[in-house]
Design a protein around this ligand. Structure first.
Ligand code: HEC
Length: 111
């Protein structure tokens, strides 16, 4: 087997192996990316994590949102897609929405 053949067969296998260990699962919401988005896009108004000191006082924090009874990824995504005034409409892809919802739900207190 020549070098070219070795590269062609082993490189994709390494990529697949690397992804399954380290990266997010393709097609699954990624709360770490969701947190990154939240810090960039939502932290002006919302308290998005426990480290953040200040946000807009009238805006529910992400942990409050997470702990609303019956809250699911679907209800959270709906509130982002069709925000109530004065929350602005923020253009996001489906996977960004899912990542944000996964992050917000990760703030839910168990029990
Ligand atoms: C310009 C300020 C602003 C930004 C930026 C913002 N929001 Fe909001 N958001 C609000 C306000 C104000 C409300 C409360 C609306 C109401 O119910 O009166 C709200 C409500 C929500 C709610 C519904 C909570 C509830 O129980 O009513 C969710 C979910 C939400 N925001 C998620 C997000 C996410 C995710 C982002 C970032 C992608 C974001 N928001 C960015 C101002 C903002």
């Amino acid at each position: 087997m020549g070098l070219r053949a070795v590269l062609l067969t082993s490189v994709p296998m390494l990529l697949v192996a690397g992804l399954s260990v380290a990266g997010p699962v393709p097609g699954m919401p990624d709360p770490v990316h969701g947190k990154d988005l939240a810090l960039r896009l939502c932290a002006n108004c919302h308290l998005v994590d426990n480290q953040q000191q200040q946000a807009n006082v009238d805006v529910p924090s992400f942990s409050e949102i997470a702990n609303v009874e019956g809250q699911t990824a679907g209800t959270i995504m709906a509130q982002i897609v069709l925000p109530k005034h004065p929350m602005p409409t923020i253009p996001l892809t489906k996977s960004e929405l899912a990542d944000l919802a996964a992050y917000i739900l990760s703030l839910r207190k168990s029990g």
